[in-house]
Design a protein around this ligand. Structure first.
Ligand code: MG
Ligand code: MG
Length: 245
């Protein structure tokens, strides 16, 4: 799908709301708060900005953000879990403005975290930013995953395969899929007007995942730590524009 400049302007607005949710939730992260407290703040921002949640009621999801601590990779449900000193937590945020979607996630430490946790977070974020740098018209969709994988594996970490990035626009999840690894071919060309949510999920140990009994929470099969960063990015003639900052 190629979006025109009016559509991208709307997606910019949605992206700004998502960025505000990220900023507000990030400020709150400290030992003792619950993941439900983070969801409350997200709901406040959505209401203040007259935006809708794209996560709430998505296939029955009960909250406006996903909160995934430690070995949880993605899709954690906010609830009574209290953040503890030394945890890391991924917070995945979204918003709909004028029918257009934004989607973005970050991972942050709670108080003082281990060296490996710090390294995991920084490598995962770096892999996303390096991937964005190749999002020019004429490059290929799978150049994104090639860049992510090369950075992540050079540090001895692994890239999750079962969950991938996606096109985004009038739905949260649109074609094409955007894997975070090289799937064996280059895929379609990137074109001006494409808007993609790129979201590396990176594990300290193996790449295998398990879904918990709640039907949502995805964790690492080996219990190792996992980090997740995501931005919604528009490809313009001038190059990539990150909409969710
Ligand atoms: Mg997301
Ligand atoms: Mg996404």
């Amino acid at each position: 799908m190629r979006r025109n400049s009016d559509e991208i302007a709307k997606m910019r607005k949605a992206g700004k709301v998502v960025a505000e949710i990220k900023d507000r939730t990030r400020e709150m992260v400290k030992p003792g708060i619950t993941t439900l407290d983070l969801d409350k703040v997200s709901r406040e921002v959505l209401e203040k900005r007259s935006a809708k949640s794209n996560f709430l009621n998505y296939h029955g999801f009960p909250a406006t953000i996903c909160t995934s601590p430690n070995s949880m990779i993605v899709h954690g449900i906010p609830g009574s879990y209290r953040l503890e000193e030394g945890d890391i937590i991924s917070i995945d945020c979204g918003a709909i403005v004028d029918g257009y979607h934004g989607d973005s996630a970050f991972t942050v430490g709670v108080g003082t975290i281990s060296k490996v946790a710090q390294h995991l977070i920084s490598v995962t974020e770096r892999s996303l930013m390096a991937a964005i740098d190749v999002m020019f018209e004429g490059n290929r969709i799978h150049d994104i995953g090639r860049v992510v994988q090369s950075i992540v594996e050079a540090e001895g970490f692994s890239v999750v395969r079962e969950y991938v990035g996606h096109g985004i626009g009038t739905s949260m999840h649109e074609a094409p899929s955007v894997p975070n690894y090289w799937p064996g071919n280059a895929g379609p060309k990137l074109k001006v007007g494409n808007v993609l949510a790129v979201e590396p999920m990176v594990n300290v140990g193996g790449s295998e995942t398990v879904t918990l009994e709640d039907g949502w929470s995805v964790v690492t099969a080996d219990g190792s730590l996992s980090a997740h960063f995501e931005h919604t990015i528009a490809i313009l003639e001038s190059g990539p524009e990150v909409l969710t900052i």
